[in-house]
Design a protein around this ligand. Structure first.
Ligand code: XMP
Length: 319
């Protein structure tokens, strides 16, 4: 019989058995999988768990604070927050190619994480939020069966220099099971049922070169969009929704002058498996409200568009 409570009990016993009184390190991203691992391991081994949360400067609005609030303050989990915004942005300077940006963000993450890990003494295990579909996907790509379209860095990001043993308590579970585990462990509903967010974050939602100015505008535009989706009860009817920063200047009339300012695209999709997707038929009133708010509240944006492309051929992300 499968109940979340039983899986948790079972996994707690297994983890305690594997780890004993030794120490475990976890890269906490704020996503569902690593969050559930953090909550589970905290319950199993308490202070023997240390989490490292890397702020790469490409996170959504208030994301870092929310992670610290939930885990550090609320649950008492040991979390080290690393502010690495400047490092990531400097490495991304002048880089336009999406796959190059992904590699830089992935590698920089590993460097920062590795560096932080080496400062913690006596760690013997690395915990990862690997879930069953990840196991299948990476097995398939190793044998060349899967067409690897993008260099996702969620799996297999184990630094060579770290000879740590893996703790992967979610390895046999599907996403919906992981979510139910999360709720059972007391994680907030909104965290457990949050839309997926790519590892490279806003780095692939700013087309071309990433700049702090762009990231700051995009973060605000995205937050407005998500807030209004919640207000209109549309957030959970979409599978993924976000704003994209287009580094093109479009004209807007302010007072008696013409001003050339940036464009924000909105993307919202409905999908079961993320392999194919249909653009969400959001109500016009909702789109109107979001557009008005973004243009009125954000300096530097004069135009908002809505993406009506299906996947395939368009992908969900713009890069
Ligand atoms: P696409 O854009 O390929 O996206 O239709 C399908 C799903 O994958 C996510 N995605 C990524 N996730 N690293 C990630 O961790 C990436 O580089 C990446 N690129 C796309 C995307 O957000 C969507 O959920």
């Amino acid at each position: 019989l499968w109940t979340p409570a039983q899986i948790i009990e079972d996994q707690i016993a297994r983890v305690r058995d594997q780890v004993g009184d030794r120490h475990v390190l976890l890269g906490l991203s704020g996503g569902v999988d690593s969050s559930v691992v953090a909550a589970l391991l905290h319950k199993a081994i308490g202070d023997q768990l240390t989490c490292v949360f890397v702020d790469n400067g490409l996170l959504r609005k208030d994301e870092g604070e929310q992670v610290m609030e939930t885990f550090a303050r609320h649950m008492g989990v040991k979390v080290i927050r690393v502010d690495a915004e400047e490092l990531f942005l400097s490495k991304l300077e002048g880089v336009n190619d999406p796959e190059a940006k992904r590699k830089i963000i992935g590698n920089t993450f590993i460097d920062v994480f590795d560096d932080e890990a080496s400062k913690i003494e006596g760690v013997e295990f690395l915990a990862q939020g690997t879930i069953y579909p990840d196991v299948i996907e990476s097995a398939a790509s190793k044998t060349g069966k899967a067409h690897v379209i993008k260099s996702h860095h969620n799996v297999g990001g184990l630094p060579e220099t770290m000879k740590l043993k893996l703790v992967e308590p979610l390895r046999e579970l599907f996403k919906d099971e992981v979510r139910r585990l999360g709720l059972e462990l007391g994680l907030p509903y909104d965290m457990v049922y949050r839309h997926p967010f790519p590892g490279p974050g806003l780095g692939v939602r700013i087309l071309g070169e990433v700049k702090k100015e762009y990231a700051d505008i995009l973060r605000e535009a995205d937050a407005i969009f998500i807030e209004e989706l919640h207000n209109a009860d549309w957030y959970h009817k979409t599978s993924q929704a976000f704003a994209v920063f287009l580094p093109v200047k479009s004209v807007g009339v302010v007072g008696d002058g013409r001003r050339y300012e940036w464009v924000i695209a909105l993307r919202a999709v409905e999908t079961i498996d993320f392999m194919t997707a249909r653009w969400a038929h959001l109500p016009y009133e909702l789109l109107e409200k979001v557009s008005n708010r973004i243009i009125n509240e954000l300096e530097g944006v004069s135009r908002v568009t809505y993406d009506v492309s299906s996947k395939p051929p368009a992908t969900i992300e713009w890069e």
